[in-house]
Structures are given as C-alpha cells and as structure tokens.
Design a protein around this ligand. Structure first.
Ligand SMILES: Nc1nc2c(ncn2[C@@H]2O[C@H](COP(=O)(O)OP(=O)(O)OP(=O)(O)O)[C@@H](O)[C@H]2O)c(=O)[nH]1
Ligand SMILES: [Mg+2]
Length: 352
C-alpha cells in the first residue's frame, strides 16, 4: 500500500494514538486512535470505507492482522496481537503516518474509554492499563462499585476531604501502599562483597542480571530489573558490595548504592557465614542470611541476630518464602482483602 505524501499528512487534522491495554505482553493490545481517524485506518489497513460500529478482521500493514473498528466519528480502535514487538512496530508505523503518540494517562479517561459506564469505571480502566502488577487488576476493577457507594457523603471527620467524600487516614495510608501495585516499588539488596547479592538477584529474575563470581567486587556497577514477586512487580536493584575501593567506577556505583538505600521502599541486608551485616545509614526492613547450604545446620529464624530469613540463593532454598515476605511487607494481604475504597488515581477527587 502506498505511503501518504508529506503534503497529504500535513493537510490532515491531528490524530493521536493511545495504548489502552496494560504495558506488558497480552493476548491482544488495544491502540485507540483519536481525531481524523479514517485516513489513518485507510493507510494502515488498505480499506477506505469505515462505517461506525462495524468491527472487521483486517491486515495492519505488513506488521500483523487483527480487529479494527471505528467507534465514533473521531475514535477508532486497532486490536492487534498483544506482543510488545507488534505494538511497538504498529506505533512506529502510525507515527510515520503523522499520528502523535499520546500518554493514555494524561488523556481524559472518559474519552479514552467511551465504553465505560461512568468516570469511576473509566479511571479504573486507565488504572488497569498502567498498573505494573497482576495483583492490581481485580482490585482495580472492583473500585468503581466501591466509589459509587461512597458518593455522596458529608465531608467531615479527620480524614482528607475528597470532593464530597471523606477518606479516613487509614484509607489514605492503605491507598499509598496499594499504589505500589501500579508504580513498582524500589527494592534494594545490599551487603558486603561476595555474600551472594548478584546470585540472589539473578535467581529471582530467572536470568542473568549481574555477573557473579567468587571474587569480591564482581559487581562494579549497580544493576536493576523488574521482577514479579508472586504478583507484585518491583524494581529490584542489585548493588556492588559495600567496601572501600580505589576503582573509580566501583566507587561511583557504591555512592549510588548509598543513595538508593535512602530511597528504597524495602531494603534487604544480605550476609553469609563469613561476613557481618553491613553498616547502613538506616535500618533494613529485612535481614537475610545466605549460603545456608555451606553450614552443617542452618541458623534458626532470628537466631543470634543471624538473619530473619535463611536462604541458599545458589540452590533456591528459602527463596519462595523470601518472595512472599517481601511482597507482603510492601503490600500487606490485609490491604488486598480490605473492602474499602482505594484512591488509585488522584483524578478520582475530581470525579465526585
Ligand atoms: N554455596 C553457595 N555459594 C553461593 C551462594 N550464593 C552465592 N554463592 C557464591 O558466592 C560467590 C559470590 O556470589 P555473588 O553473587 O557474585 O556475590 P555478590 O554479593 O554479588 O558479590 P560482589 O558483586 O562482589 O559484591 C559466587 O561464587 C557464588 O556462586 C549460596 O547460596 N551458596
Ligand atoms: Mg555482585
């Protein structure tokens, strides 16, 4: 199919694309076009008549095939397969056609989700699209029902008033923890050189994030990755062993690690039978004793200050318990089952 000329593109009114499905692999993705959509639909599918509401199975250039539908005069949806590469290529093609890539979060949710019954549902769908953690989904989809039953309430009490709704301090604190399901929290693992920080990080990531070796100072840079901890996605940072060094790169990475320690939502101090816990500028949330496979009998929980949890990162012993401990610390199970409202998006305040 022939590409539109620059003059043709310049003559077109603006068209924007928003990705309205979660930012991770899925069965299908939804790319929603806003604006003068028909020329774009034509350019990408080769079909020029787009009656409202008629969903069709069409080619998306030479990239993929899937469903396309024009919902209103100014809104259309492309539904290709949900692999990240397909979505990326389709967006690239659309931007070549002059379409702007708009951040779905900043758009008015009611425009992005015309199928939503009300603003609460539109905001919940927008939340689903940007939530990092699978654990967020069911809880977000239940929020419209909870928020509707809240409105209107007299705005009184000690909590912060939200429009006509008054949320308690407890609701607000729980909301801040639950927001970690949307924006991944920062987890930092620190410890002396050679205690197994990178081995642990790689084991949880399921692939190699950092090089490991029986040599202090193996990690000279700090490395990070997104890890799904039994439903909670976190930004996990492996750090170089905290030690004195003359290597300028390692020195810089150790300084960076110290600043990460301050910012971490959860700090894990790791040790083994040969090293003490590191001196830290703040208390770690979790102390973990590694390499228990090298001990004749594993240390007990909290025995002699030797670690709340005992693991063998190399053999996987205790990792399942470590994963759930970290997850439950960051997002307690009681928050997930609490029937109250979750202020998952500040725009909820304007909805009331
Ligand atoms: N036996 C045993 N060895 C382990 C375990 N975890 C790590 N090791 C070994 O300990 C050595 C150091 O591991 P690393 O993961 O590189 O340690 P690190 O803390 O990242 O070290 P630096 O990057 O130098 O600070 C490697 O030889 C690992 O194979 C464990 O659970 N058991
Ligand atoms: Mg390392």
């Amino acid at each position: 199919m022939s590409d539109p000329s620059r003059a043709e593109l310049a003559a077109r009114p603006n068209c924007r694309v928003l990705v309205t499905t979660p930012n991770r692999p899925g069965a299908i993705a939804i790319l929603q076009l806003h604006g003068h959509v028909v020329p774009i639909l034509h350019a990408i599918t080769g079909i020029d008549d787009w009656p409202l509401g008629r969903a069709r199975f069409v080619p998306f250039d030479d990239i993929d095939e899937g469903i396309a539908v024009r919902l209103t005069n100014e809104i259309a949806q492309l539904m290709p397969h949900g692999g990240p590469r397909v979505v990326q290529r389709l967006i690239q093609r659309l931007t070549e056609l002059g379409v702007d890539l708009g951040p779905a979060f900043e758009a008015n949710p009611a425009d992005v989700y015309p199928e939503a019954a009300d603003q609460f549902e539109a905001l919940a769908l927008a939340g689903v699209a940007r939530a990092a953690s699978p654990l967020a989904i069911d809880l977000l989809l239940d929020q419209p029902r909870r928020w509707r039953t809240l409105s209107p309430l007299p705005s009184k009490g000690r909590g912060r008033g939200v429009g006509q709704i008054s949320l308690s301090e407890e609701d607000l604190a729980r909301s801040r923890r639950l927001n970690r399901l949307i924006e991944p929290p920062l987890v930092v693992v620190v410890g002396a050189a050679n205690v197994g920080k990178s081995t642990l990080s790689n084991a949880l990531l399921g692939r190699s994030m950092s090089i490991t070796a029986d040599l202090p100072g193996t990690t000279r840079d700090y490395t990070s990755g997104r890890i799904d901890l039994a439903g909670l996605v976190v930004n996990w940072h492996d750090t170089p062993g905290l030690r004195e060094t003359v290597d300028p790169i390692e020195r810089k990475a150790i300084d960076l690690a110290r600043s990460l320690i301050e910012r971490a939502d959860l700090l894990i101090a790791l040790t083994d039978h040969e090293s003490a816990y590191p001196q830290l500028s703040r208390q770690p949330e979790l102390r973990v004793f590694n390499k228990i496979d090298l001990l004749p009998s594993p240390p007990g929980r909290g025995a002699g200050g030797e670690g709340l949890l005992s693991i063998s990162a190399l053999h996987g012993t205790g990792l399942a318990e470590l994963v759930t401990t970290v997850r439950d610390h960051l997002v307690p199970p009681a928050d997930l089952t609490h029937p109250g409202p979750w202020l998952f998006d500040d725009r909820l305040v304007e909805s009331c």
